[in-house]
Design a protein around this ligand. Sequence first.
Ligand code: ADP
Ligand code: MG
Length: 473
Amino acid sequence: MSSFWTRTSEEIRRHLDASAWTDHFASLRVKRATGGTLVLTTADEMSALLVEKNYRKLVARCAEAVSGRPWHVEIEVDDEGDDGQMSLFGLQPGVSRSTPTTPSTPATVTHAHVAPTPRRTAPVDVRRRAMDCGLSLTWDFGSFVMGDTNEFAASAARAVAEAPGGVYSPLFIYGGVGLGKTHLLNAIGLSVLERTPDARVRYVSAETFVNEFIDSLGSDRGRIDEFRERNRRDVDVLLLDDVQFLSGKERTQIEFFHTFNALHRSGRQIVLTSDRPPAELPHLEERLRSRLTSGLITDIQPPGLETRVAILQKRAEKLGFSVPRDVCTFIAENVRSNVRELHGALLRIGSWAHHRRIPITVDIAREQLGHVVQDQPNELSPRAVLKAVCEHFSVTEKDVLGRKRVATIATPRRVAMYLSRKLTSASYPELGQLFRRDHTTVLAACRRVEDEVEKGSPLAGRMDVIERRLVTR
Ligand code: ADP
Ligand code: MG
């Protein structure tokens, strides 16, 4: 066994640079390698997270190369000596259920700069119930950061958790990847169980729903009954994730239509997520579409800069990293696509510094994010900003770059300068060149827009729209 791992390690090593190896792999041990599953373990939670996130496929490939058979790889945190109690809901037992949750404390992360925080625990049976319902213990309301692009969805989710089956059923949450839909769905489930431990909550991805339905269609009649029981009768709160997956699956749609009706009729709660609104889901039966539209529909948009900073700070706290504010801002400015990417960037930077026992600085962040910063697909150019502004105001670039001073042209011009300055790294002189003006003119224009925004000009709202579109291109 040990020679198998030794050889696999050597193979992995050949694919990594030396520091990645010492940082993340040196502490790994084989816990088990049976039945095609290779379980690796380490006491270092950072390494476990990193390997799990970035290197699992590599490990599997190398193990296969050495042994000639495929492996499923799992990474575990060796928490021997720990009492194994993870935090749940961020609440201490007996604490009033209605108090806002605080971020939960990681059970096993140790970090030189951080004093140990008393562990908060929830009753074990509730944790187990949550896991039996298909829920993850980490995604609760306490760890969800609200900002103006997800506030409405998060409030609706909370309202549903407080009064399942009420006026907000079904609740339909849609938005792009990595923006927190699954997190909110999961948080609803945890919160319901926290209030009512014997509530029958079922979290299921639409993909699993489809697969289980197909599996139940065999000749044995009992299996479809069991499937229906599981999804209709034994459920108070149904959380169906990624419903876009039902597109084109006609039979499953019919089944889900009946599931929906059965639950809805008896006042039970349904929450759905999707990557787009019901109206835009292709190949969906009209009856089902209209059911999905019958409750509350809300979207989640990519978070703005301030929310991204807040998300990073919360995450850093949770991981036990001390990350200065300027570093959070730097990461937030450079990683704009979604929250999952933000978390990934933080983990990378944080674990790099953690292993070297050095404080995190902007320089380290820049170095570690090198590839992201350079190849950032969202890296905006002032040109792109100019184009978007022109589109928004329906004016031509030629006019904006020209000399006309009528308000219909002058306002978009100022907005383009201001947003270019705000969203790109271009300097005033560079912008002066692009806009064919002296850099002091650009500076004055930016100041003026700032003033207007401060005075509450409706321009702020319009710029928000442009900015959001640019950032999520
Ligand atoms: P989606 O289901 O929309 O693709 P997820 O819910 O899986 O996205 O979110 C991706 C990651 O980002 C998760 O780790 C989640 O906890 C985190 N995340 C997303 N939005 C937030 C937020 N507002 N606050 C804290 N974490 C968030
Ligand atoms: Mg999801």
